[in-house]
Design a protein around this ligand. Structure first.
Ligand code: PXP
Length: 260
């Protein structure tokens, strides 16, 4: 199982004070040393975390492959084509969201999405689509001839949190929070089964499968056991843990959970 470390959250901390530190660039050598396989960054349209200069420097200086997440807007695709990261993951973006709340709308053959893919492919940049784990989305990704899909694991992570901790996310309704544990356990098993079956289908149809969002030291192992998922992209939990352990140890601790 490969690990992409999403270092946006370092920029989130920096932007909380609009100062120069911590600089996400300083994380590159530590990620490499700790055995991460990839650096993942999200250049948002509003640049509220990563700036253009961060993305440019990280892509130029990283010894690890860089996976640049960006929206399908033509101006963002211009930047991706100029910076030429190893991979571009196309994600949906809403100004008002705190984090990427769901997968990209891939069904219905959006002309903007097709054009973004066409342009990135012309630059020979590997493409991944961040999608919800549904059969329709997998089929649409196959029709779009991309190399990778990344399953949004937010639903899995939220059910896990409701079942095992009090960390249930606020966008769940009270009714969901009050569900009996037996029902929640069934929902968790169903979601894991869904991810397992879909990643198997996707792989058999020629796609490489990644997953991410909301994965942490408690919930990651069941996802890591799915052999048809090749890579996990994890940010928030690793950077949060690193506040106490340092970044290198936080990555090592996560990697230890990914052995299967
Ligand atoms: N993968 C993608 C495509 C994302 O947008 C995010 C969130 O930034 C992640 C993975 C990592 O999510 P988290 O920070 O919850 O680990």
């Amino acid at each position: 199982m490969k690990l992409g470390v999403n270092i946006d959250h370092i920029a989130v901390l920096r932007e909380a004070r609009k100062v120069a530190d911590p600089d996400p660039l300083d994380a590159l050598s530590i990620c490499k040393l700790a055995g991460a396989d990839q650096i993942t960054i999200h250049l948002r349209e509003d640049r509220r975390h990563m700036h253009d200069s961060d993305a440019k420097n990280i892509i130029e200086l990283s010894a690890l492959p860089v996976n640049l997440e960006c929206a399908i807007e033509p101006s963002m695709i211009d930047i991706a084509c100029t910076l030429r990261p190893h991979r571009v993951t196309l994600v949906p973006e809403k100004r008002e969201e705190v984090t990427t709340e769901g997968g990209l709308a891939v069904t219905g053959a959006q002309p903007k999405l097709k054009e973004a893919i066409r342009r990135l492919q012309a630059e020979e940049i590997e493409i991944s689509l961040f999608i919800d784990p549904t059969l329709e989305a997998v089929r649409a990704a196959i029709d779009l001839h991309v190399e990778w899909i990344e399953f949004h694991t937010g639903k899995y992570a939220n059910i896990y949190a409701m079942l095992y901790s009090n960390l249930a996310k606020t966008h769940h309704t009270i009714t969901e929070l009050e569900l009996p544990r037996k029902v929640l356990k069934q929902m968790l098993d169903d979601e894991l089964r869904n991810l397992r079956l879909l990643s198997c289908d996707a792989m058999e149809l020629g796609l490489k499968v990644a997953a991410g969002h909301g994965l942490n030291y408690q919930n990651v192992q069941s996802i890591a056991e799915i052999e048809t998922i090749e890579e996990l992209n994890i940010g928030q939990s690793i950077i949060a843990h690193s506040v106490y352990t340092g970044l290198e140890q936080a990555i090592l601790d996560m990697k230890a959970l990914l052995i299967r």
